[in-house]
Ligand binder design. Structure first.
Ligand code: SF4
Ligand code: SF4
Length: 447
């Protein structure tokens, strides 16, 4: 039942990809090492006492390379998200599914951890196939048990590392994080474990949204993994190995983690991992011929040359450049503190014994600057004729906040309007914020 549900009605055909080495697998391996370094190391790095990268949902703030972005910096966060989306579009237009083959967490974890562990514990492709076909035995049972235990440990470590970007690496790994964070680790780890044990390539084939729309992002000049029909066909036969045609060894199919035969043409399931390229390069190389499977494009397959600069790529490049300028400008004009002024709870105004009307406000200042030393904030109010302003300067250290009373008094006899506009200036060496509020004169009392 579960099998049918997860396979969307079809019977699951297990894939036993053959291990493969080659030029592109070496590149992928180094890409995976780099991505793991980012995943494991970045959450432990601090800049001026704050995380290098962390999204703190509870505190409604994001730490980014020594800068604290609060909810008021939504525009900057939006620019960063848009940049990531357009960068994906741009690279997909140029290099096809490079994300899937080289950087998608599903691919990175399966290739770096799961397949090597599976091979180490259960043996190579043929051994694994034979064991599984034989059915339940002691040998199969203990190997599966050890394998799933290893997968559980991997899923746990990966989930902890991913959650470190949200809950903090030190807090999580020292047991200081909250129950919500550990519950999320358990859920995330469980999802990864399900993927490692069962779901695997089905995620790309049935669930991944990027796989669904990536064909709309590519065109005839985008790089794809392609089989050269003209050189390769007709495949098989005694003479194939001499004249460079496909010898029908099926190695490109055996290594494919998606279980597809690239010789049947481009298929949506292909994640552009280039395993079939390396497999065929190995086979054909030994025979003194060039690989029949390679990175190519529809244009190239028709004898043309890839156009790297075309309307689609130029538009994406222009948008990326605009977003970089927008983010830079935003960061340049950004004032690293926030301030709000609100009327103190209680009455709108108070009439003091000396005949002055008093309005009391609460001024909240948040210093988002993480630089040591902090800032001193001066508060001034645009003068109303005869008004008395009582407020103190505020000193705040890095990432500190404080709420301070602001009192404005005005002689009752001097004003007949009920409400006066008030402008408050909060100034530090980092910049100035201008806040607007109102003063209630109590003029209606006497009416
Ligand atoms: S066809 Fe080749 S590139 Fe595509 S998923 Fe299979 S092995 Fe990877
Ligand atoms: S690996 Fe190359 S030679 Fe072997 S079946 Fe695939 S395309 Fe043909």
């Amino acid at each position: 039942m579960l099998e049918k549900f997860l396979s969307l009605g079809k019977k699951r055909a297990w894939i036993y990809p053959l291990a493969v080495k080659g030029h592109f697998q070496t590149i992928r391996k180094w890409a995976f090492v780099g991505l793991h370094a980012v995943l494991f190391v970045v959450p432990w790095i601090s800049v001026k006492g704050n995380p290098l990268v962390r999204v703190d949902f509870a505190g409604r703030q994001t730490f980014l390379a020594g800068t604290v972005l609060t909810a008021s910096e939504t525009v900057l966060l939006l620019i960063i998200l848009l940049f990531a989306a357009f960068a994906l579009f741009f690279f997909t237009a140029l290099f096809g599914r490079i994300w899937c083959g080289y950087a998608c967490p599903q691919t990175v974890f399966l290739e770096s951890w799961i397949r090597p562990l599976e091979q180490f514990i259960e043996g190579g492709r043929v051994t694994r196939q034979r064991r599984d076909q034989k059915g339940l035995s002691f040998d199969l049972a203990w190997r599966k048990l050890v394998k799933w235990t290893a997968f559980t440990a991997v899923a746990f470590v990966l989930a902890m590392s991913m959650m470190s970007y949200f809950a903090g690496a030190r807090e999580l790994w020292t047991g200081m994080a909250g129950s919500v964070e550990y519950t999320l680790v358990a859920i995330l780890g469980g999802v990864w474990l399900l993927d490692f044990v069962w779901f695997r390539e089905q995620f790309c084939n049935y669930l991944c949204p990027y796989a669904r729309f990536q064909s709309a992002l590519t065109d005839d000049d985008s790089l794809l993994i392609m089989y050269e029909d003209e050189r390769g066909e007709p495949r098989g036969g005694k003479e194939a190995k001499h004249d460079g045609r496909c010898i029908d060894c099926d190695k490109c199919v055996a290594v494919c983690p998606q279980g597809i035969d690239i010789r049947n043409g481009f298929q949506l399931e292909c994640i552009a991992c280039a395993r079939c390229v390396d497999a065929c390069a190995g086979v054909m190389g030994k025979l003194g011929h060039e690989t029949l499977v390679s990175y190519s494009s529809v244009t190239q397959s028709k004898g043309g040359k890839i156009k790297w600069t075309r309307p689609r790529t130029l538009v994406y490049a222009a948008l990326l450049a605009m977003l970089i300028v927008a983010a830079g400008t935003r960061l340049f004009v950004r004032i690293p503190f926030e301030a709000t002024v609100n009327r103190a709870p209680g009455t709108l105004f108070t009439v003091d014994d000396d005949g002055f009307v008093r309005n009391t406000y609460l001024l909240k200042i948040i210093n988002n600057d993480v630089a040591p030393g902090g800032h001193r904030f001066t508060v001034t109010v645009d003068a109303i004729e005869g008004a008395e302003v009582i407020v103190q300067d505020v000193g705040l250290g890095p990432s500190e906040s404080s709420t301070t009373p602001l009192i404005i008094r005005l002689p009752i006899a001097g004003e007949d309007r009920r409400t006066l506009p008030i402008v408050v200036h909060v100034t530090s060496e980092a910049g100035e914020l201008v806040l607007e509020t109102t003063f209630k004169t109590g003029a209606s009392i006497g009416e």
